[in-house]
Design a protein around this ligand. Structure first.
Ligand SMILES: Nc1ncnc2c1ncn2[C@@H]1O[C@H](COP(=O)(O)OP(=O)(O)OP(=O)(O)O)[C@@H](O)[C@H]1O
Ligand SMILES: [Mg+2]
Length: 577
């Protein structure tokens, strides 16, 4: 059934393509025409794809000149100039809401600029749609996933490929993918459905999708936010290979080390304007942060020692099934106390997501118990879990954290809208909802035009700040936070980490899932490392080293100085005595 659906969609894409055909630049037109004819005649499609890649136009120099774009009162881009040459990797930096995604959406034809011009190899080009951009050799991997969840990897990729065969396009794509995976070392299973994949794996599909289309200039909008360090390294290998072959890359990231390690040049946007440009060899992390934020950023935060509070969460021998008929969590037990941040480190896909979902009522556990303040909440619904005082910042915020089409003020009270403050009998009290939303926005520095804006129009980082603000403001007893600073700029990251430590000081228990070891070490009192559905051990941060935790993340058990290599002593902890 789904294959039929895929074929119908594919047909729709193709017929629209035929109408757009005449608008293509010449070289592309003849290549695609040949490809289409060859397809119809049943000529080997891999030859066709290879052929169409060869005729993809070469971008020796791309220029964006004086680009401006406003949304109502917000000036997202103001007279921005950008140049990128063949083989260059350009880093694009800027605070949340600085206008990076807007600028790239303009280049990819998703948004029309108010003024300005784009030139390729000195010639002005009109990019009215992503199809035009793809035709010109521009590919983009978006900040948020654009995949169809019920379809397989191969079907998703086939949908975007104009020269896939009409019959069984996904089988053709699957073949292409395995070739491609081997060439670039990016392995993905074409038969898996998107909803079964972890965030990191979905990101990989997006990257492969753009590359398979033969992009000469690739735009990557925060591609590494959800990748593991190993996956990021693999991506960098690909990017370096692309650069050596003369392809260009525009790389957006909030991780300054990444920009410094992979990019040749960097351009910084602040409030829609170019705040600076530099060769990466001439700048360091501190200088980049200052350019971005306009002030000095402190990269280390103090975590004061605190007396351990009451037992808040107890998880006993929890077993949770995954989405692929496997057991994702294989008997995990731990306790989290008030005044404590308990970190779960590990490479994503080792059961962290399923564990968090079982605790927050989004997935059923098959064995074991979850106790909150001594009361059994095993397999309670998400609504009950929330009403007992568990807040949740989910891994996939667009899917689980917000309702994109609702306004900012409505999103600010999601899950709490039944409280008496916000509703009476059947009616919502919009006055107090709006007041509450405005307070969150002010306190968490969320940049929004008004609270009547649909939340989907906020920049990625601002959506994240809004979710965090909502979850922390509801006076929870336990906050379960998965990757809470993913997608946040350095200033906002510093702010959120301080907020978490402040809440810890007020007695909150925090369960923090993160792949960012720096974040784990900075915030957590104790660290558990999850590997293949089990905890490798729980160690106090004082006894742990990055190296040891890294080894445990890879599945081996190190000797920890001071006898701390204790597999799961539930009360191991520093500063908690
Ligand atoms: N469709 C839209 N309607 C209204 N405002 C918008 C729209 N798209 C973007 N904006 C606003 O334009 C500004 C720039 O947003 P943009 O998404 O380009 O930021 P960004 O630099 O990518 O930030 P982040 O790092 O958080 O992803 C933001 O203030 C955002 O709210
Ligand atoms: Mg963005």
């Amino acid at each position: 059934m789904r294959t039929v659906e895929g074929a119908v969609l594919h047909f729709a894409v193709r017929s629209r393509e035929v109408r757009r055909f005449a608008a293509r630049p010449r070289g592309v037109r003849s290549g695609r025409l040949l490809a289409t004819i060859m397809n119809r005649r049943g000529i080997a499609t891999s030859t066709v794809v290879r052929y169409s890649q060869n005729i993809m136009p070469k971008i020796d120099l791309l220029e964006m000149i004086d680009i401006s774009k406003s949304f109502h009162t917000i000036r997202a881009n103001q007279r921005v100039n950008l140049r990128i040459g063949s083989g260059e990797i350009l880093g694009l930096l800027g605070e949340n809401g600085a206008g990076k995604t807007t600028l790239m959406n303009i280049l990819y034809g998703l948004i029309a600029p108010d003024s300005g011009e784009i030139r390729i190899n000195g010639q002005p080009v009109g990019i009215q749609s992503p199809r035009d951009a793809i035709g010109l050799g521009i590919g983009m991997v978006h900040q948020h996933f654009m995949l169809i969840e019920n379809h397989t990897v191969a079907e998703n990729i086939a949908l975007g490929l104009s020269d896939a065969p009409f019959l069984s396009p996904s089988r053709h794509v699957a073949r292409r993918l395995s070739e491609f995976g081997e060439r670039f070392g990016l392995k993905i299973n074409p038969q898996e459905r998107i909803w079964q994949l972890s965030a990191g794996e979905q990101q990989r599909v997006e990257i492969v999708k753009a590359l398979v289309k033969g992009a000469d200039l690739l735009i990557l909008d925060e591609p590494t936010s959800v990748l593991t360090p190993q996956e990021t390294e693999q991506l960098f290998v690909i990017l370096r290979r692309m650069s050596a072959e003369g392809h260009s890359v525009i790389f957006i990231s909030h991780k300054l080390e990444e920009i410094l390690s992979i990019c040749h040049r960097v351009m910084v946007l602040r409030k829609g304007e170019v705040a600076g440009k530099a060769e990466t060899k001439d700048v360091d992390k501190r200088e980049l942060a200052r350019m971005m934020v306009g002030r000095e950023i402190i990269f280390r935060i103090e975590r004061p020692a605190l007396k351990r509070g009451e037992l808040v969460l107890e998880v006993r021998e929890l077993v949770v099934p995954g989405d692929r008929q496997q057991v994702a969590v294989r008997g995990v037990g731990f306790q989290v106390f008030g005044n404590e941040i308990f970190g779960i480190a590990g490479v994503s896909g080792n059961g962290q997501r399923e564990l968090v979902e079982a605790i927050t009522g989004l997935r059923r556990a098959s064995e074991g118990e979850v106790l909150l303040g001594g009361q059994d909440i095993t397999n309670a619904t998400a609504r009950v879990v929330a009403s007992r005082g568990i807040s949740h910042v989910p891994e996939e915020r667009i899917r689980f954290g917000i309702v994109p089409n609702l306004f900012v003020y409505e999103n600010a009270v999601l899950k709490q809208h039944r409280q008496r403050l916000f509703s009476r009998v059947l009616f919502l009290n919009f006055g107090s909802i709006r007041k509450y939303a405005s307070a969150i926005i002010e306190r968490f520095n969320v940049s929004v035009p008004t609270i009547d804006t649909p939340v989907k129009n906020l920049s990625g980082g601002n959506i994240q700040k809004l979710i965090l603000g909502r979850e922390i403001s509801g006076q929870p007893v336990l906050l379960v936070a998965a990757h809470p600073t993913y997608g946040l700029d350095v200033g906002a990251t510093e702010y959120i980490r301080r907020q978490l430590l402040e809440k810890r000081g007020e007695g909150l228990a925090v369960l923090l899932v993160s792949e960012d070891l720096e974040e784990i070490f900075e915030l957590c009192d104790r660290i558990a490392v999850m590997y293949e559905g089990r905890f490798m051990g729980i160690v106090s941060t004082a006894q742990a080293t990055m190296e040891n935790i890294g080894l445990m993340m890879a599945g081996s058990m190190p000797e920890i100085a001071g006898g701390g290599a204790d597999p799961i002593p539930a009360d191991a902890g520093r500063g908690l005595e």
